[in-house]
Design a protein around this ligand. Structure first.
Ligand code: SAM
Length: 173
């Protein structure tokens, strides 16, 4: 899990609390969702995934046994498509590995993130621009996030656990 990699690499601002409400974008088959669910045991995890197959595993292997996980088969680019399922959250965790991930996080923050809530974004540089130095790509994404109203708290390079990935933790306005 990229969260474990970030902790191993010295993440200081671990944003998940026992009662956190979390919007998780890019839930895949729920491997990391299950760890998040263990930590936020009295909270709620709204787990959004666009692909059917990993969502099926998420439902069967994770959500059925965990009352704090709400599986949502949807495109995170359309946050209002799940407004009837999601409440305001303390944290958006995003790991969609898409070139427009920052815009996805922003549109979901506008819809659901509490004031001064946290956005924790796993940035895969090669999914944004594979021709540039990965750190430069992440610098540019952070600048974009700052223009949109996020304030950088911390960034952690996930090498050697995840190649050319960084975990970026920001506070919402
Ligand atoms: N976070 C997962 C984990 O650690 O177990 C791995 C996530 S994987 C890198 C990225 C996932 O994001 C894929 O399952 C993909 O289908 C999903 N995804 C990509 N674009 C998406 C979108 N627009 N909306 C929701 N999910 C998306």
């Amino acid at each position: 899990s990229k969260i474990s990699a970030a902790i191993k690499k010295g993440l200081k601002n671990f944003p998940i609390k026992e009662d956190s409400k979390i919007l998780y974008l890019g839930a895949a088959n729920g491997t990391t969702v299950s760890h998040v669910s263990d930590v936020a045991k009295n909270g709620a995890i709204y787990a959004v995934e666009v692909a059917f197959r990993p969502m099926r595993d998420l439902v069967e292997k994770v959500a059925k046994r965990r009352t704090n996980v709400v599986p949502i088969l949807a495109d995170a680019r359309r946050p209002f498509s799940y407004c009837y399922l999601v409440e305001n959250v303390d944290l958006i965790y995003a790991d969609v590995a898409q070139p427009d991930q920052t815009d996805i996080v922003y549109s979901n923050a506008l819809a659901y993130l509490k004031p001064r809530g946290i956005a924790c974004v796993a940035i895969k540089a090669s999914s944004i621009d594979s021709t540039k130095d990965p750190h430069v790509v992440v610098d540019e994404e952070i600048k974009k996030m700052e223009k949109l109203g996020f304030k950088l708290i911390e960034r952690v390079d996930l090498e050697p656990f995840d190649r050319a990935h960084e975990m970026v933790v920001c506070r919402w306005k």
